[in-house]
Design a protein around this ligand. Structure first.
Ligand SMILES: *Cc1c(COP(=O)(O)O)cnc(C)c1O
Length: 447
């Protein structure tokens, strides 16, 4: 590898390469860095990296980080500051009047996110609402849709569920007077395998579905990056008589979704990972049309869940609309919604299909560079259709490796102790050159 003469801007092809003589062209072997730069220059979806604030590299030879932690916290779109400033400005100029007189009146600010969010997850507009945070939404949705009765009481999650989901379902069981150790079923991969097989999930639902009240899996697993077969599992769960909800924390903004067509009962997602909505940003939730039309579905209610046309009559009795808005409790945090709005504008412009196509190209490129290396094992499924924008690597001492990736090479990844490193080649702002930097860093660190 040629040592770079000076620090250069990471990722984007900035300098025009000098044309070599024709005799040279195509003969000199192309090194991996050059190949990555060529892939960036020729990709059908040019990088949108310039629309994001990429942090400086903590170490190494490039100014900017190669940022692979967008599955933990996405980067800040440059438009966020402007969107936020507009709301701060309206607050300063108009104060309470901004609820109705602001440039985006706050009383129905959440309406601005409805259509972009619906497009993002494949929903009808009245099936989605932006509110609260992810775990809160899971609880609110379980309050409506986890209705254990008779022998149908069990909740099915995956053994590698994110801890918050494990805690949430266990506490729901307790809330209903049930024993979580027998109520919560944790589906495990086969021995010596890393990922759940769809056929095993379907087989379980066929065999034991009559005891299952709720199936609540991650659409994309946070640890392994496995993309579940959401349509098949939803169909099987519902055929078994269970309610099927999805945690889309790692799926929203990562893979195309068709929640309405798949007949999903409910779903929730956070917006600070692939959706770049900022730390702790307002989450999303989906309730299928057949439930929003059904007034008998029990809900935990608050004043933002009543019909907006009568909200300010301050009646003691709620009049919920036939939409996911009926699950809202409080007036929403405008300053936390503004960044989400800015971010959704980007997704709307690019479209999930184009993003997913690029995501598959980037992840495949990174996989092709990492797979031959000794000292790591890729535990993410090799089939591009069964994974999102993530590769999870089993390594020795993940924490130390991740620190050296950052300090010596400016490559930001994350460690799930003790032995998993996660890399998310996010197609909006990660480049083939970033993938090269990551692979090159692994070569050096594993030697
Ligand atoms: C990130 C993540 C969470 C985080 O929950 P918050 O309520 O947003 O803090 C929960 N579940 C899954 C699967 C996640 O990936």
């Amino acid at each position: 590898m040629r040592p770079p003469a000076r620090r250069q801007r990471g990722g984007v092809l900035r300098r025009r390469r000098r044309r070599r003589g024709t005799g040279d062209r195509g003969k000199r072997p192309v090194n991996a860095e050059e190949q990555a730069r060529r892939l960036d220059a020729s990709d059908p979806l040019p990088t949108l990296r310039d629309e994001f604030l990429v942090p400086p590299a903590p170490g190494g030879t490039y100014d900017e980080a190669a940022y692979f932690a967008g599955n933990s916290l996405g980067l800040q779109p440059r438009t966020v500051a402007e969107r936020l400033t507009e709301e701060l400005d309206d607050w300063a100029r108009l104060a309470v009047e901004a609820h109705t007189q602001g440039r985006r009146p706050w009383v129905d600010y959440h309406e601005l996110l409805r259509e972009p969010a619906a497009r993002l997850v494949g929903a009808l507009p009245h099936e989605v609402v932006a509110m609260n945070s992810l775990t809160v939404n899971l609880h609110l949705l379980m309050a409506s849709f986890y209705r254990p009765a008779g022998t149908r009481t069990r909740i099915v999650i995956e053994d590698s569920a994110f801890p918050s989901d494990s805690y949430a379902v266990a506490s729901q069981a307790v809330h209903h007077g049930l024993d979580p150790s027998t109520t919560v079923v944790r589906l495990e991969p086969r021995p010596d395998e890393e990922n759940l097989r769809t056929e095993d999930v379907l087989g379980f639902l066929e065999r034991e579905g009559r005891t299952v009240a709720l199936v609540l899996l991650g659409g994309v697993n946070y640890l392994t990056g496995q993309l579940m077969d959401m349509p098949a599992i939803t169909k099987a769960g519902r055929a078994a008589g269970a309610v099927v909800g999805w945690d889309l924390a790692h799926a929203a903004g990562n893979v195309p979704l068709r929640l309405h067509d798949w007949d999903v009962d409910f779903a929730a997602w956070c917006t600070y990972k692939y959706l770049n909505g900022g730390p702790g940003a307002v989450a999303g939730c989906f309730v299928h049309e057949r439930h929003v039309r059904d007034a008998s579905v029990p809900k935990l209610s608050g004043w933002w869940g009543t019909d907006p046309s009568v909200r300010f009559r301050m009646d003691p009795d709620i009049a919920p609309p036939a939409s996911a808005d009926a699950w809202q409790l409080s007036n929403p945090p405008i300053l936390a919604l503004a960044p989400v709005l800015a971010s959704l504008e980007i997704f709307d412009r690019v479209g999930m299909d184009a993003l997913r196509a690029k995501s598959e190209r980037l992840t495949a490129h990174l996989a092709s560079r990492l797979a031959p290396l000794n000292g790591l094992e890729i535990i993410t499924p090799p089939d591009p259709a069964s994974r999102g924008a993530q590769l999870s690597l089993r390594v020795d001492d993940a924490g130390a490796l991740v620190r050296r990736l950052a300090d010596a090479h400016g490559v930001i990844a994350d460690a799930r102790e003790p032995d998993v490193v996660r890399l998310a080649p996010v197609p909006l702002y990660c480049t083939f050159h970033d993938c090269h930097r990551a692979a090159d860093a692994f070569v050096r660190l594993l030697n």
